[in-house]
Design a protein around this ligand. Structure first.
Ligand SMILES: [Zn+2]
Length: 119
């Protein structure tokens, strides 16, 4: 569904103007994310779950959370974020260096989205 200007403004305020996932303040450029993905078929413009294209299924999202979440469920999105430390330790020399020099500290905590923490 295409949101009207007032629906979009109300959605932006759903979590006090913050991204529902990371909690960053939303600027002028933010995305209306389908909480349960509709899964767009880019090749023909259709989607796998048109029944999910409802106002209740939208969350305000910063562009980076929306792009990383893509067509994932909340559980899959949570697992992907939780796995970032593993891939950073495997793939990023700068991350490993910063860790060795005590510039950052890893925490064994469950990923909780802003909308789960702010209420
Ligand atoms: Zn975000």
């Amino acid at each position: 569904m295409k949101l009207t200007k007032s629906q979009r403004q109300a959605l932006k305020e759903k979590y006090q103007g913050r991204c529902a996932y990371c909690g960053d303040l939303l600027g002028d450029r933010w995305h209306a994310d389908h909480i349960e993905p509709i899964v767009r078929n880019w090749w023909n413009g259709t989607c796998e779950h048109p029944e999910r294209n409802t106002l209740e299924n939208f969350n305000p999202s910063c562009p980076s959370c929306n792009i990383v979440k893509s067509s994932m469920s909340l559980d899959s999105f949570r697992k992907i974020i939780g796995g970032f430390i593993t891939s950073l330790n495997r793939d990023s020399t700068q991350y490993k260096f910063a860790k060795r020099y005590g510039l950052l500290e890893e925490k064994e905590i469950e990923v909780r989205f802003w909308f789960e923490r702010c209420g």
